[in-house]
Design a protein around this ligand. Structure first.
Ligand SMILES: [Zn+2]
Ligand SMILES: [Zn+2]
Length: 386
């Protein structure tokens, strides 16, 4: 009893981390064959299944209007059926293998809820046509894709093997990920607002015609350079202007960096940084194809550079931002403070004297230096205004 009190008194993890740990954790092994992996995957897939069935029931309310055109029921229904079926099967496996049944039974329970609510065969009569919708579909698909890619990658090639997928603060970052995806329409609209306003003031049809006629790869390369010069400027301003740092400090507050930690961003940070990055791209008038290719590549790359992976890229590290380069940006070690602002091209930092990448070394500490922020999504949202 005393030990339990002592543990909770010294446990600084967010409340939701502790609550989930109390429900699901036990002293049992977590390796292959212990029922832990199958149980965790079952709970994850079961929760995704419930969310997916909710999207099928209420597509007007829960799906992002911008992504609806990409969906077709010929792959959505089999995917939802597969997710629910796997949640059942893996939950059963976990319940058989693991002495404590809570993981397996929770996964089975979620799969059961998804099935009883209609499963993959919920009728979707007419094409949803609401102009405004939440991005629950966007959240579920991205979470599934990124977790399938990055969780095994981080377990197979970890830079910090001792850092668990469920490290302190993972629930806070998952809520950041959830809310930013749910509000994707709002953030896309706010992000495009400065570019729309700039285009109203300055419109050069001849320049647009010239730029959009350049070869596809040349446009993509130019977008990366133009975007990163903008990102470098905004990022450096966020570090040097105290009123802006209050917002960007949220991104730096994580003391454990992994694929999910990159989601820890204040909405003001996202909107200002991306908004002003899009202004020169819009004014130069690149074609839609290279712009979309850039957006897809950058959303994957942004997750990758935060990942807890030990890959080494040799001399390429001087030219392309890698996890090691961006991990140094997140370090609280004095030599790395206010360094490595570029997000794609490290030579921009070399050009402006803010480059720091010691040979083959990784940081030993991450987070804020001399500041502390409470670890909860709501407090992250409100902290800059206090
Ligand atoms: Zn920063
Ligand atoms: Zn970062």
């Amino acid at each position: 009893m005393f030990m339990l009190w002592f543990m909770s008194a010294t446990d600084h993890r967010p409340r939701l981390d502790r609550l989930l740990a109390r429900v699901f954790d036990d002293a049992g092994p977590v390796g292959v064959g212990s029922g832990w992996l199958s149980g965790t995957a079952s709970v994850f897939l079961g929760a995704l299944g419930v969310g997916a069935v909710a999207c099928l029931h209420w597509p007007d309310l829960l799906t992002f209007p911008g992504s609806r055109a990409l969906y077709s029921m010929w792959w959505i229904r089999p995917l939802v059926a597969l997710v629910i079926g796997l949640a059942f099967a893996l939950g059963l496996l976990s319940a058989l293998l693991r002495p404590r049944k809570v993981l397996g039974l929770t996964g089975i329970g979620l799969a059961l809820v998804a099935s009883l609510a209609g499963g993959a065969s919920v009728p979707v009569d007419a094409a949803p046509n609401s102009a405004v919708g939440l991005g629950l579909d966007w959240f579920l698909l991205n979470l599934l894709l990124l977790a399938v890619v990055f969780v095994p990658m981080e377990r197979l090639y970890p830079q910090r093997p001792e850092q668990s997928t469920f490290r302190s603060g993972w629930t806070t970052d998952l809520i950041h990920f959830f809310v930013s995806h749910l509000l994707v329409q709002l953030s896309a609209w706010l992000t495009l607002a400065p570019a729309t306003a700039a285009l109203r003031l300055l419109m050069w049809p001849d320049l647009h015609a010239f730029v959009s006629s350049l070869p596809w790869l040349v446009q993509l390369g130019a977008i990366i350079v133009v975007a990163d010069l903008g990102e470098y400027t905004m990022h450096r301003l966020f570090h040097t202007v105290p009123a802006l740092w209050r917002f960007h400090a949220i991104h730096h507050s994580s003391e454990a960096i992994d694929w999910l930690a990159g989601s820890r961003l204040h909405l003001v940070d996202v909107v200002l940084t991306r908004g002003f990055t899009f202004v020169p791209i819009a004014l130069l008038g690149f074609a839609d194809g290279p712009v979309y290719a850039y957006l897809v590549a950058v959303s994957f790359h942004a997750v990758f550079i935060h990942a807890n992976v030990r890959f080494s890229f040799g001399s390429l590290e001087r030219w392309v931002v890698t996890p090691r380069f961006h991990h140094w940006h997140h370090s609280s070690q004095p030599e790395a403070i206010d360094k490595n602002f570029a997000v794609h091209l490290p030579w921009i930092d070399r050009l402006f004297g803010t480059y720091y990448l010691p040979h083959k070394a990784w940081p030993s500490r991450y987070g804020l230096s001399g500041e502390s922020l409470p670890d909860s999504w709501w407090r992250h949202l409100t902290a800059p205004f206090r």
